[in-house]
Design a protein around this ligand. Sequence first.
Ligand SMILES: NC(=O)c1ccc[n+]([C@@H]2O[C@H](COP(=O)([O-])OP(=O)(O)OC[C@H]3O[C@@H](n4cnc5c(N)ncnc54)[C@H](O)[C@@H]3O)[C@@H](O)[C@H]2O)c1
Length: 248
Amino acid sequence: MRLTDKVGIITGGGGGFGKALALKFAHEGADVVVADIDLAAAEQVAAEVRKTGKKALVTETDVTDETSVQEMVAAALQEFGQVDILVNNAGISRSCAIQDLSLANWEKTIAVNLTGTYLCCKAVIEAMISRNYGKIINISSISGHTARAVGVDYSASKTGVLGITRTLALQVAKDGINVNAVAPGPILTPLFEKNFTQEVVDRLRASIPFRRQGKPEDVANLCAFLASDEAGWITGEVIAINGGAFMG
Ligand SMILES: NC(=O)c1ccc[n+]([C@@H]2O[C@H](COP(=O)([O-])OP(=O)(O)OC[C@H]3O[C@@H](n4cnc5c(N)ncnc54)[C@H](O)[C@@H]3O)[C@@H](O)[C@H]2O)c1
């Protein structure tokens, strides 16, 4: 087991990637904080985690709200006394042409995907610095690595996440903290199904060299590695996980 006695916060923990991340981390020996704006979804994931014998704390957290994020970290510290891992996974996606993208929707995407990442990093960083240990993993996207024909808000937010990743990695390397990003290609989760028609899904699948969409577990496996000490010499990186759809 690679994460024995570690504690990991997973934002968006009630969603597709969130569930796979929480279960993978638990199977690797970590206790987890399942943080989500959707309390019922987070509770369901936490119940699955507890079946593995590991502890799961649920927090009803809105990553766009600084107080809510601070309360998430305080609850984690109170319950477990430490936070070793933060996965900034909460995210929303929209796929429309710029003419159809309202300012309100642009701001919402940036708030959840980009500002949320900033707020969670900021809230957890002192606790990590004080222990000279931490692993932060930011979930970007293939859309942060290369272009799609639609979704400037999503693409801007996920590219911004790479800027946070590199800059924060440089700031806190001296404090024993690794900060990395992963950039998944299309993976079947509720977020994906909400945003794409079957026709688009089929077209995307055909564009992937492996001829299959990824699974949430593919992403969870990569994140477990990055969260482990085996990845201790990796920081400020963005690792693509996309079946060969984009080789940057
Ligand atoms: N599914 C894909 O193909 C894909 C590809 C690349 C990147 N991603 C990214 O991976 C992450 C997870 O995506 P997913 O496919 O599991 O999506 P999902 O919709 O299944 O899960 C996202 C979770 O985030 C939560 N959330 C939304 N807004 C929140 C907020 N303000 N505060 C806290 N929680 C909030 C939702 O309630 C949900 O549980 C996202 O950042 C997404 O952009 C997904």
